[in-house]
Design a protein around this ligand. Structure first.
Ligand code: FIX
Ligand code: ZN
Length: 414
């Protein structure tokens, strides 16, 4: 302990250390990821080439690359990874959050990062046993369970569900329904092909069949909640098929199965189509739509996260007004230290502890390591300032458990 500190400063430092320890060691329920149960084989992505071709890094690399987009996409994954590595880690300092994330991850796995030796990194990953590596990554990230994002509209994924498999209890399912709500005419054709008697017009019998489809998939995957991501223009109520399907099919289904409906608001899909998955952007949402959902359907539970920084304050105020609304995570472009810290502090001040502070959105297994390590640092700072303001009246262990999944479980009623 440094000398010359006042008694107050010493107590403050000791409090910060306690909070850091609890935050660093409390296990997490990661309520939104794009990871898969290992039964899905190659759909569960892992390893250095997948880490480097993460769409966050693809977008950043293209700021330096001259290659035409289609030439890049035609390359094998290892070659794409090499180009991204050279552009972002060798020719420039890796200062962005996504780049920093790769370095944190490699360091936590005990790998040498200073030498920038990509072949050596590839050799190390090639030697890993996938099962053991999965357990090790979950352990290092202190993640107890992860929610997947499960889409019946994704052909490779659907095939595995239909075949059936023995579930890994660490992976929880969430039913993703974007094509149902955002592209009904094409989805109607697919549902018909799968034996649901639906038409493009949303007649009572079509709605009944949509509900049968939702019920089948909810049971098949044992969904913990239903989810959709929506564009900034989303309005509710509205005269379009999306709003109608939500009101007449999704919400009654959620009530019947007592499941929350998660809305992720503010994504502008394909702002730059040529970037593929990396080409999505952000826009401000009208949170009046969320307010109308929460007020109009008090028997439904809503989970919500919003992408625009400008919407965060309003979302906190809504969470104070509606006990059927649970807010979660610093999503995607908000998961950078400046914004995540601001949001987290604001949420603690406006909402308190009845929320889920973070979700990783990991698409590649090892990303759990950096996403949770970086966020735990932020949360520890925000909480220890709060406890200091409270003259240390907080119950640290209980509070962190709530923020890392306990409040979510209570909200879901499980
Ligand atoms: O809609 C979503 O679930 C988004 O999180 C993703 O689609 C997005 O591409 C992503 O990976 C963000 O982190
Ligand atoms: Zn996501």
């Amino acid at each position: 302990m440094a000398t010359g500190l006042s008694a107050w400063e010493r107590k403050r430092a000791e409090l910060a250390r306690r909070v850091e320890k609890v935050v660093a060691t409390t296990p997490v329920l990661d309520i939104h990821t794009h990871l898969y149960d290992p039964a899905f084989k190659e759909l569960l992505r892992w390893g250095i080439d997948d880490l480097l071709t993460y769409h966050y890094l693809v977008a950043e690399a293209f700021c330096h690359l001259d290659a035409p987009y289609d030439k890049f996409w035609a390359l094998p994954k290892t070659r794409q990874a090499q180009l991204i590595w050279d552009a972002l880690f060798v020719r420039h300092s890796p200062v962005s959050e996504a780049c920093r994330g790769v370095l944190t991850t490699l360091k936590l796995l005990g790998l040498e990062v200073k030498r920038r030796d990509l072949p050596a990194l590839r050799r190390w990953f090639a030697q890993q046993n996938p099962e053991k590596h999965l357990t090790r990554c979950l352990g290092l990230a202190r993640v107890e369970k992860v929610c997947m994002t499960n889409s019946p509209f994704d052909d490779p994924e659907r095939t595995v569900w239909e075949r059936g498999f023995r579930r890994d209890e660490r992976f929880v399912a969430a039913l993703r329904i974007d094509p149902l709500l955002l592209d009904w005419p094409n989805t109607a054709t697919r549902l018909s092909g799968w034996g649901y008697r639906v038409g493009v017009r949303l007649s009572a019998s079509t709605i009944g069949e949509v509900r049968r489809f939702l019920a089948d998939w909810t049971k098949r995957i044992r969904a913990k909640y239903l989810m959709v991501s929506l564009p900034p223009a989303f309005a509710f109520p509205d005269g379009n098929g999306c709003a109608e399907l939500i009101e007449r099919a999704v919400l009654p289904h959620c009530r019947e199965f007592d499941l929350p409906f998660a809305v992720m608001l503010g994504v502008k899909r394909a702002v730059n189509r040529q970037l593929g998955l990396a080409g999505d952007g952000v826009g401000r949402s009208d949170l009046g739509a969320l307010q109308n959902l929460c007020a109009g359907f008090p028997e439904n539970k809503f989970l919500a996260t919003v992408l625009a920084r400008e919407n965060q304050h309003e979302l906190c105020v809504l969470a104070r007004k509606f006990r059927n609304l649970h807010i979660f995570g610093c999503w995607w472009f908000t998961n950078v230290p400046t914004v995540a810290e601001e949001m987290t502090r604001m949420r603690l001040e406006l909402v308190g502890l009845s929320l889920t502070a973070q979700q990783s959105d990991a698409r590649v297994l090892e990303q759990l390591l950096y996403k949770w390590t970086h966020f735990r640092e932020i949360l520890a700072r925000a909480l220890s300032d709060k406890y200091a303001d409270l003259l240390r009246a907080g119950e640290i262990e209980r509070d962190v458990k709530d923020l890392f999944g306990g409040a979510f479980e209570r909200f879901c009623g499980t």
